[in-house]
Design a protein around this ligand. Structure first.
Ligand code: ZN
Length: 463
């Protein structure tokens, strides 16, 4: 049996995809897109020989860097079924449709330029048809049940605590008369994060493919971050200011809403208008609301005492552009949650343009800001920024809160592996830049005596 690294190897964090091959079966675990960097476009092509004759595809969770290349399988005519949890099925459908739409808009813009320059039009990486075809092939499976997915291979999904529906995938593989267990961690969440259950402890494995995104550091404790958030909101509300939060539509937006609900219930501040100004975040929130079986005990207890919507009576969903424009007329105190999370596109740009120059505005950055984005320039203290071609002075207060990560820090990664270490598995470290990957590897060696391997892209790991 061998496993080929088709993404998130060799110090790369995106593009997760692993081809598991036995004498009788071929399956793909995750099918993510490469993001960022000029090479991403080239890397997002599959070599047909890697994905032909697939028996099945398994998906750990809905994020694009784990699902974004799924429509390419349709494009290449690979007819395999795609298994995942029910919440992952729903969120993946939402995210893939949005991604196809964004790609189409981007391609149209590029093509208008190319046309004017007398150049040939280009095609988007994936089409709406490919996207709908693969969405039609998603099959939901319950957590913790063994499912035959290919000749001699059974799979089961265990909670990963990273986003709604996220899972670690455990494969039981019959290989030359012996059963072998291979675990893919997917992305692991931090312990104790709101809304979601913590990752499930797993105990047996012959091989473990483990993510290492934050293998070299720990996040600031969440309760410290929440307290900081509360005190910013209190200050802004007292000054009748507007609070703008650029936020990712899936996961982060729902986390912020749950924190606001508990703030209001605890009477830290009286309720004030909150606008969820993102059609995608609204759809994702509905999926979150519908999956109470995935909530942790704290949230279940919280909603048992009183429905969440009673705390959130001042929350207004803004699906249409008109709803969004109307927000400009609302006086402070108020809060807007809008995408894109890094301020590089989306409705947040309009709100920033109208409010960044006002000293009573507060911008709270709650997620990672990639270099070159408007969000990063704000975090770095720019005094002026350009939005829609206009120069805007930054008089608002910019706050950066680093403790809301959806990823396990070093301590929690070590905790997750500690339950598997006694089984002495072959450990394959993936999904991390070189320093986090190597740092975690040496800590695991020191603590558990397990030597890790660090595959490069397209390397085959034999078991
Ligand atoms: Zn993820």
């Amino acid at each position: 049996m061998k496993i080929k690294v088709l993404g998130a190897g060799g110090g790369e964090v995106t593009g997760s995809a692993y081809l598991v091959e036995t004498d009788h079966a071929r399956i793909l675990v995750d099918c993510g897109i490469f993001q960022g960097g000029k090479q991403a476009v080239a890397m997002n092509r599959f070599d047909l020989k890697d994905v032909s004759n697939l028996d099945a595809v398994l998906v750990t969770h809905a994020h694009l860097d784990h699902t974004g290349r799924l429509p390419l399988l349709s494009k290449l005519g690979v007819p395999a079924p795609v298994f995942c949890t029910q919440a992952t099925l729903e969120l993946t459908s939402l995210i893939l449709r949005d991604s196809a739409h964004v790609q189409e808009m981007d391609t149209n813009r590029v093509n208008r330029k190319r046309q004017r320059a007398g150049m040939r039009a280009i095609q988007p990486l994936v089409s709406h048809e490919d996207t709908e075809d693969i969405i039609g092939r998603l099959i939901a499976q319950p957590y913790d049940s063994q499912l035959p997915v290919a000749p001699g291979i059974k799979a089961s999904f265990a909670e990963a605590g990273h986003m709604l529906g996220s899972s670690c995938i455990q494969l039981s593989i019959e290989d030359q008369g012996r059963m072998k267990k291979v675990i893919f961690s997917g992305d692991l969440g931090p312990k104790g994060a709101p809304i979601l259950k913590d990752f499930e402890e797993l105990h047996t494995a012959d091989a473990v493919f483990m993510e290492t995104t934050y293998g070299d550091r720990d996040h600031k404790p969440l309760d410290e971050t929440v307290n900081e958030f509360i005190s910013i909101v209190k200050t802004a509300v007292a000054a009748r200011g507007k609070i703008l939060i650029p936020t990712f539509a899936v996961g982060r937006a729902q986390l912020m809403i749950s924190i606001l609900a508990s703030m209001f219930r605890a009477r830290h501040v009286p309720p004030f208008p909150i606008f969820l100004d993102s059609p995608m975040a609204i759809d994702a929130s509905k999926i979150y609301f519908n999956h109470k079986e995935l909530y942790d005990e704290e949230l279940l207890e919280f909603i048992k005492q009183k429905p969440l919507m009673e705390d959130l009576a001042s929350l207004k969903m803004c699906p249409s552009a008109e709803d969004s424009i109307a927000i400009n007329k609302v006086p402070g105190p108020m809060m807007v949650l809008a995408g894109a999370g890094m301020c590089n596109a989306g409705r947040i740009l309009h709100h920033l343009k109208y409010n960044l120059w006002k000293p009573e505005t507060h911008v709270i950055i709650v997620g990672y800001q990639g270099s070159g984005t408007l969000g990063r320039r704000l975090v770095d203290g720019a005094e002026k920024v350009r939005i829609f071609g206009e120069e805007i002075a930054v008089k608002a207060t910019i706050h950066t809160l680093g403790g809301f990560s959806a990823h396990a820090g070093q301590k929690d990664l070590l905790d997750w592996f500690s339950h598997l270490a006694p089984a002495k598995p072959k450990l394959v470290l993936i999904h991390g830049e070189d320093i986090p990957r190597k740092t975690l590897g040496s800590m695991i060696m020191e603590r558990f005596g397990t030597e890790a391997i660090y595959p490069s892209m397209n390397e085959e790991v034999s078991l």
